[in-house]
Design a protein around this ligand. Structure first.
Ligand code: AMP
Length: 229
């Protein structure tokens, strides 16, 4: 299937829906830049920047970092991407104020979002996934515990030095419950914002990674409202 170039996408869904995993696959397939607000924050945290210190407390308890910090950080990053390259946002926008700010910033550049892919996963499955999730500190690739032994992988398969694998501070059960509650209260209303603009495609996110990826590609290709009502 042939995909247009320079696509501007939002990968939307609750924490643990698989946005990061699908983003890695889509990046290879579409050649667009992956912009993850969570990764940008974690980068600031590990570099000890002022922005990282401002964000740390919110992140550790699973709350949203205030818009005054978040919006500028993401809009600046998008501004570094050439129009022809396109991008895929992951974890942003997370409330309607962010969605409006994004729309205005893109409008000023004569750009707009082409499609919002909403990956749907039930809450009990999200909790199961997040409590088993591990991340490579170097490239941020997500991993799960080994099904048989319960052990996390020893190193990252993608990183030459076998990047350090760790569990995020906000994947503790208390922070996970808070992040899912915040998703329902503050982030889910963004779905109506994009549905009203005819941009929303809902994709079932509970199957195997490859199956979800096929659904995402179908949703990008055609009228996803008809494919996945
Ligand atoms: P994520 O990796 O997307 O799960 O994000 C990790 C944490 O970073 C979130 O729980 C928030 O504390 C913060 N964060 C990431 N993206 C945003 C955003 N768009 N708005 C506010 N906070 C965010």
């Amino acid at each position: 299937m042939t995909m247009p170039t320079g696509l501007k996408l939002v990968l939307f869904g609750p924490p643990g829906a698989g946005k990061g995993t699908q983003a890695q696959l889509l990046k290879e397939r579409l050649g667009v830049e992956h912009v993850s607000s969570g990764d940008l924050f974690r980068h600031h945290l590990s570099n000890g920047t002022e922005l990282g210190e401002l964000a740390r407390g919110y992140m550790n308890r699973g709350a949203l970092v205030p818009d005054a910090i978040t919006i500028g950080m993401v809009i600046d990053r998008i501004g570094q991407i050439a129009d022809a390259d396109g991008f895929m946002l992951d974890g942003f926008p997370r409330n309607t104020g962010q969605a409006q700010a994004l729309e205005s910033a893109l409008h000023e550049r004569g750009q707009q979002i082409d499609r919002v892919i909403h990956i749907r996963v039930a809450d009990d499955e999200l909790i199961r996934r997040l409590s088993n999730r591990y991340i490579c500190r170097v490239c941020q690739r997500p991993y799960t515990r080994d099904a048989a032994t319960g052990a996390p992988p020893e190193g990252c398969a993608d990183c030459p030095d076998g990047g350090d694998i760790y569990q995020r501070d906000d994947d503790t059960s208390e922070a996970v419950a808070n992040r899912i509650a915040v998703y329902h209260q503050e982030t889910a209303p963004v779905l109506d914002f994009y549905a009203a603009r005819g941009l929303l495609a809902n994709v079932p996110g509970e199957g195997a990674v490859a199956t979800v990826n096929e659904s995402v590609l179908r949703a990008l290709e055609g009228n996803a409202d008809e494919v996945f009502p």
